[in-house]
Design a protein around this ligand. Structure first.
Ligand code: MTE
Length: 302
């Protein structure tokens, strides 16, 4: 298994924006499997036929409430976040709890490129070429103990660097959670880059979760703590409004948000021509993840 630093990925390993678009055009509709390991093995986990958004779009239309609630606030203000050095505390039901330096995590992980559609609960979507590693690899590094059932995540809370936390729009720090089997699913990644560049602060530097079959708010940014637990963890949006946001938050066109339909989505980009497309169950990843929810009533377990 090749251990690579994202910073030392060479030009042949990552996909510059223009090449990426060309390659996808060449590949046409034959996009199915999961994951890319560099340029060599071209495969994709984005639902068929979708073009990736531009780097500009992905990094200028954001949700990161620690820097304000406007879509352009994170790009304006997140530069103030110090992301080096960075430590992730891994604790709870693990064999090797403790602080993990970001550099050490990166040395131990295989960085891959994954093209994922990202569906926001506000009914827009983007297609993002992430660089990152599987969350399962990090959890296995810490050694998950039997009995652990959930993974809780926490974002940094830095009032000096985060102007938005002065406002009580959410109960800070931002927290999220996954069931352990969701966290271990190979589609679940920790993203550390976009288009082969280090992930910009507004997108959650230096590492953020990406869970492509769930609404975007599950993809918690700038993670400083991961806790393995046997109890379902609290999540920020559920605490803020339990009627609108449940623990699971799976993309589901059949269950409307109390204030709007979830049946279709507006694709960001293309200016006036931005397209509306039907939203797919589990955001198009049904084949890979539907079995995780067998026996659950997804109209109730939202
Ligand atoms: N993580 C933190 N810490 N704070 C946030 O406000 N917003 C969430 C999620 N992660 C958020 C967060 C929401 S609502 C969305 S839609 C995505 O981040 C947006 O990710 P993006 O800006 O990279 O597109």
């Amino acid at each position: 298994m090749a251990n690579r630093w994202i910073n030392t990925l060479n030009d042949n390993d990552v996909t510059p924006e223009d090449l990426f678009v060309n390659r996808r055009q060449i590949m046409g509709g034959a996009l199915a499997g999961i994951g890319l390991v560099g340029m060599g093995q071209a495969a994709s986990a984005a639902p068929e036929g979708l073009e990736p958004n531009s780097f500009e779009e992905i990094t200028s239309y954001n949700n990161y409430y620690e820097f304000g609630t406007g879509k352009d606030d994170p790009a304006k203000y997140a530069a103030s976040l110090t992301t080096q050095p960075w430590t992730v505390q891994i604790e709870g039901m693990v064999d090797k709890p403790g602080p993990y330096a970001f550099e050490d995590i990166m040395k131990a992980m295989t960085i891959e490129e994954r093209l994922y559609k990202f569906r926001c609960v506000e009914a827009w979507s983007m297609v993002v070429p992430w660089n990152g590693f599987e969350l399962a690899d990090l959890l296995n590094m810490a050694g998950v103990q039997s009995g652990a059932k959930y993974v809780a995540f926490e974002t940094a809370l830095r009032p000096d660097e985060m102007p938005g936390v002065a406002y009580n729009v959410l109960d800070w720090p931002y927290v999220e959670g996954l069931r352990l089997d969701e966290a271990m699913n190979p589609l679940t990644i920790m993203a550390t880059g976009i288009y082969g560049k280090d992930i910009p602060n507004q997108n959650g530097a230096p590492l953020r979760l990406v869970v492509p079959w769930k609404y975007g708010f599950k993809s918690i940014k700038s993670i400083v703590k991961i806790t393995l637990t046997d109890t379902q963890p609290a999540t920020s949006w559920n605490k803020a409004n339990a009627r609108e946001y449940g623990f699971y938050s799976n993309v589901n066109p059949e269950v409307d948000h109390p204030r709007w339909s979830q049946a279709s989505e507006r694709m960001i980009g293309g200016g006036l021509f931005s397209k509306r497309i039907p939203t797919l169950m589990f955001n198009g990843y049904e084949e890979e993840v539907a079995s995780l929810y067998t026996g659950m009533d997804l109209s109730k377990e939202i």
